[in-house]
Design a protein around this ligand. Structure first.
Ligand code: NAG
Ligand code: NAG
Ligand code: NAG
Ligand code: NAG
Ligand code: NAG
Ligand code: NAG
Ligand code: NAG
Ligand code: NAG
Ligand code: NAG
Ligand code: NAG
Ligand code: NAG
Ligand code: NAG
Length: 681
């Protein structure tokens, strides 16, 4: 039940000061980085003065005989390593470095992996005396928290400084100058928001340093390479012609994947707007569209003959995700013909049932993707609706009735053929009883569901499957996939259960920060239901990426659903402030779009009182939605600092009213809402 109040006021506002909570930002202050500690204070063999290299000033570490030490950078980083060799060095000495994102793969022999089997080779230096030695640019490493220095011969070598030139986000001048922020009274959630933002920064790369994937034909589980015979590796493939692109993972694949982009884009826009990183990536993917309208599964150099029904659609969704935050209609216009050809390509797979029949298995590496698959059809339903929104913005009515009909049929047919009311879930297709995480989450967030009861049933059923480390993807051998987990989070929000969404964030994303095998700074791409760092689709555990853009969903959701800043139309020309605290006492977020600066701060008191202060761009319009406080009392809302301080709302609520109080027709500016319980006043 909701009550709607309408107000139309002229207003000249002042933007509220944006406080930035900089202390949570994980990105480095300078691109020149030094280790912060010797990992676990352990030294193998004799290294005199090893700890003197931790910190920003030079020191002296003398490696004597066979010896090794592992340095910890405190957070996951990427870049080019240099060692300054000191003069306490014998002739004919060599020293190696090995990298690892996880503490699990620290080794004196090899790096963690970028290939389907084995590990990656160590890099050897043969300094001819004092001076600086650096890895060549093709051996920059995209992700590592731990760097081991290995000396394997008799004699002595002195290292006086270890530096890393941080190469991610190459076009960003100040890596800590975020355009958005988030803060709440839950420290774990605050850290999750900032780790998501930093993970995306790690995944923004110089496209001339993509992974060469040189052994992709040789490496598989039947051709093992062990750590004593590691594979060579290079980052020297140009994957796009631009200055920066967004890739799936910092260490690997270093490829542009449209599915990953759908999670990255909103999280990036609420934290570190980088329009170019997004449009460069979309442009690159669209340049690979073929004559039939088919869009790629992944960017170059991934083989281009693969068709994925879902990733094809994510290419299209990428354009509307970008438009939502930027209002850049000109960009959409340039892509529009290709977009329509792309959607028509998918519509060609719809059969007499009204559903798309998926004929190729490629998806996010789940099994059983085929036939009238619920996930693919929910994504198609979503994409058609996105297309209708874009078409309306472009005044293209040519496809309207045809696309609407397709959408209606998908919704009706999916509910008739695939909904199981007993389970409160959709099944994967009509020949199975498997009820997937991906399709059910997508069904709710795409509004394929017929009503709120059905959405709640799905939210509750998915929740009942959680284990101690997160939500399982039963369609991928119970892997915990933070990619599909992001869609589950959004499903809980859409089913109006913010509490469940926060609980899953703490469980799954909290584990991804705090477990000692994790980097405590960036999010891993997947792991096992029992918490093992094994990701079902891969045979090679050291290969798992620990900085994966598709795992950053919470950043967007905390800003949009918890702090409640929602862009209703492109760029936020119209908006809705709809905080749902999910049990928190405070939530404060802000971010900027081309339309202006948005900020909302909600504070709930333990007796049931609530206050919201928010600020939206002058010239924009919008409304608010706030749950009825549990106690009865007086709710007032008015503008602050404006010429016209009219109270737009002054109502008495009673205890235990359900649903939201909504106010519509507000103009952009600075607003205050105050609610006091009657008993407390
Ligand atoms: C070795 O280097 C140190 C400091 O870098 C310097 O003080 C010293 O004079 C050098 N010794 C020789 C023999 O070059
Ligand atoms: C140091 O020794 C330990 C125990 O043998 C080993 O696990 C570790 O990988 C070694 N570290 C390096 C950098 O060689
Ligand atoms: C160091 O020497 C050991 C023993 O000979 C060998 O197993 C290992 O591969 C060497 N380390 C590297 C990085 O080559
Ligand atoms: C931060 O970025 C904004 C643009 O988003 C720019 O106006 C400002 O000058 C930057 N500040 C610093 C310190 O770089
Ligand atoms: C990448 O480096 C390897 C080794 O140097 C070389 O064989 C290969 O040709 C390089 N590839 C490109 C695209 O430069
Ligand atoms: C239907 O779903 C099941 C479970 O995911 C899968 O094994 C099967 O292959 C699917 N059918 C088709 C036609 O893909
Ligand atoms: C989907 O298409 C394939 C290939 O054309 C066909 O064999 C299969 O029967 C179709 N499945 C359904 C459920 O219509
Ligand atoms: C529907 O769900 C119930 C409960 O999980 C299950 O027993 C039944 O087999 C399902 N039916 C179908 C057709 O999947
Ligand atoms: C909600 O939708 C489900 C599934 O289509 C349907 O079975 C149920 O009757 C609907 N409930 C209400 C209250 O409309
Ligand atoms: C979701 O679908 C229902 C009908 O199935 C419709 O009434 C409702 O407006 C839709 N919600 C949104 C946000 O589109
Ligand atoms: C929302 O989820 C919580 C668990 O986080 C659960 O206790 C509660 O019952 C759910 N609410 C509804 C309305 O389903
Ligand atoms: C993880 O990082 C946080 C700061 O973001 C720090 O307070 C905490 O001590 C770190 N935990 C570990 C185990 O390093």
């Amino acid at each position: 039940m909701k009550s709607i109040y309408t107000s139309l006021l002229a207003f000249v506002g002042l933007a509220a000061a944006v406080s930035k909570y900089d202390e949570y930002i994980l990105a480095p202050k300078s691109r020149t980085i030094h280790p912060v500690a010797v990992y676990q204070d352990k030294i193998n063999g004799t290294v005199i003065g090893a700890s003197s290299l931790a910190g920003d000033s030079p020191g002296s570490a003398v490696f004597q005989g066979v010896s090794a030490v592992t340095y910890d950078f405190g957070v996951n980083i990427g870049g080019l390593v240099s060692l300054t060799i000191g003069n306490k060095t014998d002739t004919n000495q060599s020293i190696a470095v090995t990298y690892s994102e996880s503490s699990q793969w620290i080794s004196g022999v090899a790096c963690d992996a970028t290939q389907d089997s084995g590990m990656d080779e160590a890099l050897w230096f043969y300094p001819q005396g004092p001076g600086v030695v650096s890895v060549d640019r093709q051996h920059e490493r995209g992700g590592f928290r731990y760097l081991s220095l290995v000396h394997n011969t008799t004699g002595e070598i002195e290292v006086t400084e270890v530096t890393v030139d941080f190469t991610p986000s190459p076009t960003t001048e100040d890596l800590r100058n975020y355009t958005g922020f988030f803060h709440s009274d839950d420290e774990l959630l605050n850290r999750i928001w900032y780790a998501g933002a930093y993970t995306i920064q790690m995944c923004a790369i110089d496209p001339t340093h993509g992974d060469a994937l040189i052994h992709s034909e040789e490496t598989n589980s039947s051709v093992p390479s062990d750590s004593t015979r590691p594979w060579s590796w290079y980052y020297n493939t140009t994957i796009a012609n631009s200055s920066v692109v967004l890739v799936d993972g910092a260490k690997r694949d270093r490829l542009i994947w449209p599915g990953d982009m759908h999670v990255i884009t909103p999280s990036m826009f609420v934290s570190i707007s980088d329009d170019a990183a997004i449009t460069n990536s979309i442009d690159n993917l669209f340049s690979l569209q073929n004559a039939s309208g088919k869009l790629p599964y992944a960017g170059y150099p991934f083989k281009q003959d693969t068709y994925s029904a879902t990733y094809h659609l994510y290419n299209l969704i990428g354009v509307s995700d970008y438009y939502k935050f930027t209002d850049d209609l000109e960009y959409v216009q340039k892509k529009w013909n290709a977009w329509k050809r792309g959607l028509n390509f998918s519509l060609g797979f719809i059969d007499e049932t009204g559903l798309m029949n998926v004929t190729s298995p490629d998806d996010w590496l789940r099994f059983g993707q085929g036939g009238h698959n619920i996930e693919a059809n929910a994504i198609l339903y979503f994409t058609i609706n996105e297309g209708l929104t874009l078409a309306a913005a472009l005044n293209d009515s040519s496809i309207k009735s045809s696309w609407e009909k397709y959408a209606t049929n998908i919704k009706e047919s999916a509910n008739n053929l695939l909904w199981n009311a007993t389970a409160g879930l959709y099944r994967d297709n009509e020949t199975t009883t498997l009820m997937p995480q991906d399709g059910n989450s997508w069904a709710v967030l795409a509004n394929l569901t017929n009503n709120a009861t059905q959405a709640s049933a799905i939210s509750n059923s998915l929740r009942s499957r959680w284990g101690p480390y997160g939500a399982p993807a039963v369609e991928a051998d119970d892997a915990v996939s933070p990619f599909i987990g992001a869609f589950e989070l959004e499903a809980h929000f859409r089913a109006n259960n913010a509490t469940a969404a926060l609980e899953l964030m703490r469980l799954e994303w909290g584990f991804m920060l705090d477990d000692p095998r994790m980097t405590n700074s960036t999010f891993i791409e997947g792991y096992a239901f029992d918490g093992a760092t094994h990701y079902a689709p891969y045979t090679n555990d050291p290969r798992i990426s620990h900085a994966h853009g598709w795992s950053t969903g919470p950043t967007a959701f905390l800003s949009q659903y918890i702090a409640g800043i929602q862009l209703v139309t492109a760029g936020g020309k119209t908006w809705k402030i709809a905080p749902k605290l999910g049990g928190l006492a405070t939530a404060h977020a802000g971010f900027s779009t081309s339309v202006g600066v948005f900020e909302a701060y909600t504070n709930a008191t333990s007796d049931g009182g609530v206050s919201i202060d928010f600020s939206t761009p002058v010239g924009s319009r919008g409304g608010i939605a706030v749950p009825y406080p549990s106690c009865g009392g007086i709710l007032r809302m008015h503008e602050v600092e404006g010429r016209c301080k009219d109270v737009v709302l002054d109502i008495q609520t009673s205890a235990n009213q359900t649903g939201d109080i909504e106010v519509e027709g507000l103009v952009g500016g600075d607003w205050q809402l105050r609610f006091k319980c009657a008993a407390a006043s």
